[in-house]
Write a protein that binds this ligand. Structure first.
Ligand SMILES: Nc1nc2c(ncn2[C@@H]2O[C@H](COP(=O)(O)OP(=O)(O)OP(=O)(O)O)[C@@H](O)[C@H]2O)c(=O)[nH]1
Ligand SMILES: [Mg+2]
Length: 256
């Protein structure tokens, strides 16, 4: 891999309750970035980050593992950490070296104690965090329920940056809240096409946009002063809310 200057390196930890999909998320990131040709399976013991014999025999992560890929000229170092409590020492070690963390939550089981603990450990270590709501392909996935659980627990510091679009119980695309744009998946590799935001979720998007602005603004005084100017101008939210996320170490967003 080539050399990168510090500003083009990110160290990101994957944390959360056991079995929510951290290792498979790491695998999907590596695949999407072109770092691996095919995605492995935890059950087959052939993923990049679950490789030692205990992990492959038990089907769970036992120790933290590092993987790296390039995305938009930035080197992303991913540290996949175990979710089961017996291995919590690995999480403490991992959080010492990351700048930010993704707390992975299943859209079927919702907010579990392991995710709550991960949030607390990130707070204790001053690590910026975002939630990734995973397993959205499952029939009983319930994004809104998980979002409600998170806002109830963590207030307006949590705001969605992507919303799922489902049709007939299947995930068919998403709304990028920062770009104010909807996408539908298509058959090409990683393929997606731009679509209009569906009518049934349009009011929801407007409502959540305001929460997103408030959340970003609360992480930065400068943004707080400008919030009223930006709410009516969604395209500008992107740079401003990312700025708020990076400035506010406790800022958090929902990715999917
Ligand atoms: N359908 C579906 N299954 C998933 C998804 N993500 C993970 N899984 C499955 O869930 C199981 C657990 O996934 P892992 O990636 O090992 O979960 P983990 O969070 O890394 O688990 P620990 O490291 O042991 O805490 C595996 O059988 C995965 O194939 C998903 O998005 N959809
Ligand atoms: Mg794992």
């Amino acid at each position: 891999m080539k050399d990168y200057v510090t500003k083009n390196i990110r160290n990101i930890g994957l944390v959360g309750h056991g079995g929510e999909g951290k290792t498979i998320l790491a695998e999907a990131m590596l695949y999407n970035a072109g770092q691996i040709d095919r995605m492995g399976k935890v059950e087959n013991g052939n993923t990049v980050t679950d490789f030692d014999s205990e992990e492959t025999s038990r089907g769970i992560s036992v120790s933290l593992a590092l993987a790296a890929f390039e995305w938009n000229n930035t080197k992303i170092n991913i540290i996949d950490m175990p979710g089961y409590f017996d291995m919590v020492g690995e999480v403490f070690s991992g959080l010492k070296v990351v700048d930010s963390a993704v707390i992975v939550i299943s859209a079927t089981s919702g907010l579990e104690v392991g995710a709550e603990k991960a949030w607390d450990y990130c707070e204790a270590n001053g690590v910026a965090k975002m939630f990734f709501i995973n397993q959205m392909d499952k029939e009983n996935a319930n994004f809104d329920k998980v979002l409600d659980q998170l806002t109830e627990k963590y207030g307006t510091s949590v705001a969605p940056i992507q919303l799922p679009i489902r049709e007939g119980g299947k995930l068919i695309g998403y709304v990028d809240m920062l770009k104010d744009q909807a996408y539908k998946f298509n058959d090409t590799k990683f393929g997606k096409e731009e679509i209009e935001i569906p009518d049934d979720i349009h009011p929801h998007v407007n409502e959540l946009e305001e929460i997103l602005m408030e959340s970003a603004a609360s992480a930065s005084e400068e943004l707080m002063e400008n919030t009223s100017k930006t709410v009516s101008c969604p395209k500008k939210i992107q740079s401003r809310s990312s700025h708020g996320y990076h400035r506010g170490k406790s800022g958090s967003c929902i990715l999917r």
